[in-house]
Design a protein around this ligand. Sequence first.
Ligand SMILES: Cc1ncc(C[n+]2csc(CCOP(=O)(O)OP(=O)(O)O)c2C)c(N)n1
Ligand code: SF4
Length: 319
Amino acid sequence: MSKQLTIRTMPQEDMLTSGHGACGGCGLSTAVNNVLRVLGPDTIVYAPASCFLVFSAQYPISALKVPFIYSAFENTGAVISGISAGLRRQGKASYVVGFAGDGGTFDIGLQALSGAAERNDDVLYVCVDNEAYMNTGTQRSGSTPFGAWTTTTPVGKVIQGKRQHKKDLMSVIAAQEVPYAATLSIAHPGDFLRKVEKAKGKRGFRFLHIMTPCTSGWKTEPSATYELARLAVETGMWTLYEIEDGAKRITYRPKEMVPVENYLKMQGRFKHMSKEDIETLQKWICKKWKMHYEPDMVSPVPRSEEEELSMVEEDNEGI
Ligand SMILES: Cc1ncc(C[n+]2csc(CCOP(=O)(O)OP(=O)(O)O)c2C)c(N)n1
Ligand code: SF4
């Protein structure tokens, strides 16, 4: 069996080259670049309307070294399925990957996504989740967390930011019994690479859900991106797991839950939040924490101490 990738042994060739137009500190560009490094040059990329589309390729120039296709906002699942079918017909075996934002995945693209999953089409769907419709000016999506300011969940006398919690999209995907689905964080590069490699090696419908902090929409410092991604996991706002052929496995468990306030206070989008709203969010996280980590505690995944240590070391390499 080949050795698992680490950030030292991963392919170093960028498929998303420098000179693209993402904001400094953009988590999305890091996520896309690292997924593409693992997939390699024999890959066809689809992007719906989103930040990724805007910053990577505007006719006639492109920062991508691989073929890049764009059609409409709501179509990621359908278009990648079509590309995959066309390649199969021609006897070609390139990887087909769609990178869609949370707006294009949780909301407007859900129908096409669900169709591709139900047909078990041979594609990789990556949701790069910055928790709002960013390239059109920060409107709320089904992924925006409770309490967050967006232009459509303003802060004023009527409401104080978004009133609903983040949609549990992974459960929707898992219910469709796809061969592989996983959540990823750019602050856990070892875990990130293992999951992309695993998705690359499988056939059928594969789904990767990556949290991608956004300096502009989250109102954060570019230098805080990795710390935010890390804290999201430590607070329980983001959980790292994978579902392979129906079996769920937590891939990283924080030692103890960091209060969500530590995460919120680093971001301008939450700066108005009242004590009561922070408590509401904290209670929701506690419920989620129990749902994800408690069942795993009952039947832990056996790992040797060396394995555990080497995973922590690998994950720390990129921080
Ligand atoms: C059917 C349709 N509705 C609305 C738009 C306008 N639009 C383009 S991109 C976008 C937001 C994309 O948000 P998201 O998918 O979260 O990606 P992000 O920009 O955050 O990366 C919207 C509303 C569109 N192109 N097509
Ligand atoms: S708005 Fe956010 S997601 Fe879009 S390019 Fe800037 S940092 Fe990245």
